[in-house]
Design a protein around this ligand. Structure first.
Ligand code: GTP
Ligand code: MG
Length: 360
């Protein structure tokens, strides 16, 4: 939408030029000519008013692009050891950083390797959160670690996680957990996964399987190596400069500091002091902290950070958009709130006939 004129925007949204002009005037913006380029914020606002869903795309042409760390989400069946595995990995990250001070609050943490490479883990398992994020187009995760207990084998939520990853086009690395258990049968897990259509590496496919024990902390280094290898194959890169494209991983309300959001920057750089729209909320970034709670001036791709300064509590999966002024932020947030409310009502409306049919 960047730099689009009223004429182009009208065409793209399938509306008359007069309607688009009317909306722009209604939101309090001036237009001198229908051939003047519109700002991306105004274009989004207009599109939302018309009812067109927008997704901001950023062009990386000619930008400074660098390799970045993979962002990994752990998924799997209930009790198969997702939390234990994350805890074990987090400890290796704690050990790597030597001192404590790493907050347990952030919904994400970074494991650093000897080689200097690092992996960002999202500590927000739960398929609902993953689906919600995906549904809103938040492509935050690069790789899914599918945890399968070696004693229990493939279960319904294992399959669910598999299909979520597939739908999101995110590659899987399998962690066969609880291999310390006497009744562990990793071979059976392999056969089950293959039967379910997962194309395992040892059978000529591309899905790596690593045997681990979260409790005994065995195989964690192998898992990390497998993730780095997978990341290498994906050749993950991100634009470094320019406005940040970021997503909320988790948000909470702090009594003293107000709404806090854990965010992951996907591209560009998020800078303290910037005006932002986050989902339907807005604010000005008052502080950015890294996972060691240190205040930093800016956040770069794949770095989990905590941001402070939002006026309201955003939701996991919300996008973070940098805008040029407080006025814009407020306006865009209002526009989005209206649009979300309209969508909600439309959805209710659509569901209503079904319920009345049921009643009859
Ligand atoms: P939900 O969050 O409820 O879905 O469970 P989860 O997948 O996070 O599993 P969690 O880490 O809570 O582990 C469930 C149980 O399995 C706990 O009692 C763990 O101690 C145990 N467990 C996890 N990993 C291992 C392991 O490697 N070996 C053994 N023996 N037990 C494990
Ligand atoms: Mg858990």
């Amino acid at each position: 939408f960047e730099g689009m004129t009223v004429v182009e925007l009208a065409k793209r949204c399938g509306e008359s030029i007069a309607t688009v002009q009317h909306i722009i005037v209604n939101v309090g913006e001036k237009i001198d000519s229908e051939f003047d380029p519109l700002s991306i914020d105004i274009a989004e606002l207009v599109a939302m008013e018309i009812g067109v869903n927008v997704c901001r795309l950023h062009s990386d042409d000619g930008a400074h692009v660098l390799g970045r760390s993979p962002v990994v989400t752990v998924m799997g069946h209930v009790d198969h050891g997702k939390t234990s595995l994350l805890d074990a990995l987090r400890q290796t990250s704690l050990a790597a950083k030597e001192a404590g001070g790493i907050t347990q609050h952030l919904g994400a943490f970074v494991v650093g390797m000897q080689s200097g490479a690092s992996i960002t883990f999202l500590d927000t398992p739960g398929h609902a959160a993953f689906s919600a994020m995906r549904a809103r187009g938040a492509a935050v995760t690069d790789i899914v670690v599918l945890v399968v207990a070696a004693d229990d084998g493939v279960m319904p939520q294992t399959l669910e996680a598999m299909s979520h990853a597939k739908a999101a086009n995110v590659p899987i690395v399998v962690a066969v957990n609880k291999c310390d258990k006497p009744d562990a049968n990793p071979e059976r897990v392999r056969v089950q996964l293959a039967t379910e259509g997962l194309s395992l590496e040892e059978m000529g496919g591309d899905v790596q399987v690593v045997e681990v024990s979260a409790v005994n902390k065995v195989g964690l280094d192998k898992l990390e190596d497998a993730l780095l290898l997978q990341a290498e194959l994906m050749d993950l890169k991100a634009r470094i400069d320019g406005p940040a494209q970021a997503y909320v991983v988790e948000a909470r309300l702090d009594k003293g500091r107000g709404p806090l959001a854990t965010a992951i920057v996907k591209a560009g750089t998020l800078v303290c002091g910037q005006h932002v729209v986050v989902g339907a909320e807005w604010g000005r970034i008052r502080s950015i902290r890294d996972m060691a709670r240190k205040v930093i001036a800016q956040a770069r791709p794949a770095m989990p950070v905590e941001i402070e300064g939002l006026k309201g509590l955003p939701m996991a999966g919300d996008d973070i958009v940098v805008v040029e002024s407080e006025e814009r932020a407020r306006m865009l947030s209002e526009g989005r709130k209206k649009k979300f409310e309209k969508d909600r009502l439309t959805k209710l409306e659509e569901e209503r006939p079904k319920t009345s049919e049921l009643e009859e």
